[in-house]
Design a protein around this ligand. Structure first.
Ligand code: CU
Length: 241
């Protein structure tokens, strides 16, 4: 018996709103896309083959001491990286590789303990002994996630490891400008500036907000290099050089 972990997929696929002329049962791609959008998964999203930045070989096997393991046993990535995992089952038993949050894995593990579930999702692969498979995953968000085998007993035997996704550094580009006018009491400064690359704005004269620590460093007529960002929706000078 095979029951999908994500009954949501089935619900969506069966939804009349998604029924199309070509729909022939099974999980429509549209339904899958929609499910992915709806879930907005913290641990990322299915990656595209042409966006793979790194390929990592992973082996799964039982160990001589009665445990079960992955090699490597931990991963660290940068936010925004798309990784292709080439997974090989070098053991004697069936194993799987599932990417999720730690909580998500715990939940699925409990569900799998109750019934014989198999994963059929883009974030996982289940492999017979000797077989290889691929998971391509885009780690869109920073955080600590987990890869695991949720076949009953395997997690407890050691088949899980952390995936650390480091926050992407927001790169700020400095823009040249001349301070035209300062209204310190209202926290506003008018700057004649060159193109604001980060904000995709052309060279022009604009009013920016600035906190006191920035404001005290400014004077009218001064040539500056500055970083502008949207803070609470308002254009703000956040860095000065
Ligand atoms: Cu396993």
């Amino acid at each position: 018996m095979k029951a999908p972990i994500l009954t949501l997929i089935a619900a969506l696929a069966a939804s009349p709103a998604l029924a199309t002329g070509t729909h022939s049962g099974g999980h429509g791609e549209e339904a899958m896309d929609m499910m992915m959008d709806m879930k907005m998964m913290a641990y990322g999203k299915p990656g595209k083959a042409d966006e793979v930045e790194r390929t990592i070989d992973v082996t799964m096997r039982e160990t001589d001491d009665g445990g079960m393991s992955y090699e490597p046993s931990a991963f660290s990535f940068k936010q925004g990286e798309t990784i292709q995992f080439n997974i090989t089952n070098k053991g004697e038993l069936e194993h799987e590789f599932v990417i999720d949050t730690k909580e998500g894995n715990v939940k699925h593990k409990e569900a799998m303990a109750k019934m014989n579930m198999e994963h059929d999702d883009p974030n996982s692969v289940r492999l017979d002994p000797g077989k290889s498979g691929t998971v391509i995953w885009a780690f869109a968000n920073a955080g600590t996630f987990e890869f695991a085998c949720l076949i009953p007993g395997h997690y407890e035997s050691g088949m899980h490891g952390p995936i650390e996704v480091a926050q992407a550094e927001t790169k700020h580009s400095y823009t040249k400008g001349v301070v035209k006018k300062i209204k310190a009491d209202s926290g506003k400064v008018t700057i004649i500036h060159e193109e604001l690359v980060d904000l995709e704005m052309p060279a022009m004269t604009m009013v920016f907000r600035a906190e006191d620590d920035i404001m005290t460093q400014l004077s009218e007529g001064q040539e500056i290099e500055f970083v502008a960002e949207r803070v609470n929706g308002k254009l703000t000078v956040t860095k000065l050089k």
